[in-house]
Design a protein around this ligand. Structure first.
Ligand code: ZN
Length: 161
């Protein structure tokens, strides 16, 4: 499915959350959960600066959904995110039965940027969501948002954790 203006609007909110996270000393990732009626139900951003590197917004969304939404509501919901889910978050998304994912920047692109900037690979391999949760419909990237996300990630690694 191609991205429409509604998708882009939600992705722009994810980018704003990513910027907020970075400005607060966390890593630049943000995510939004939207239900079948188009309502934003939950949003979060990366919160790893305290040392818990599982504090990803997509994992928070999966856990919130399991606690607050019926299975059918989860399946009909869409998760928007500034950067494609890592394998941990893709697994959580799959386990709780959430629906479509729309990302601004792919995990492969983010890895390529890290390599370009001379950084070592991360602790977890950047698999595509479909390799971890094959039943999930996935859309992205959003070329319109790539430059801004690249700038945020570059600032993140330049200032360091
Ligand atoms: Zn993650």
């Amino acid at each position: 499915m191609a991205l429409d203006d509604t998708d882009l609007a939600h992705l722009r909110r994810c980018v704003a959350l990513a910027r907020e996270a970075l400005d607060d000393g966390d890593e630049p990732f943000g995510s939004v959960l939207v239900d079948a009626a188009g309502e934003v139900r939950f949003e979060d951003r990366n919160r790893v600066k305290g040392g818990d590197h599982t504090r990803h917004p997509e994992l928070a969304i999966a856990r919130w959904s399991a606690a607050h939404l019926a299975p059918a509501e989860r399946a009909a919901a869409t998760v928007y995110t500034s950067g494609e889910h890592c394998p941990m978050c893709a697994a959580a998304h799959g386990w709780v039965g959430l629906g479509r994912v729309v990302y601004a920047v792919s995990a492969a692109r983010l890895s390529a940027w890290r390599e370009e900037w001379g950084l070592p690979p991360g602790a977890v391999r950047p698999l595509p969501i479909g390799e971890v949760a094959p039943g999930v419909p996935v859309d992205g990237p959003a070329a319109e948002l790539e430059a801004e996300m690249r700038e945020l990630h570059h600032r993140s690694v330049a200032t360091g954790p």
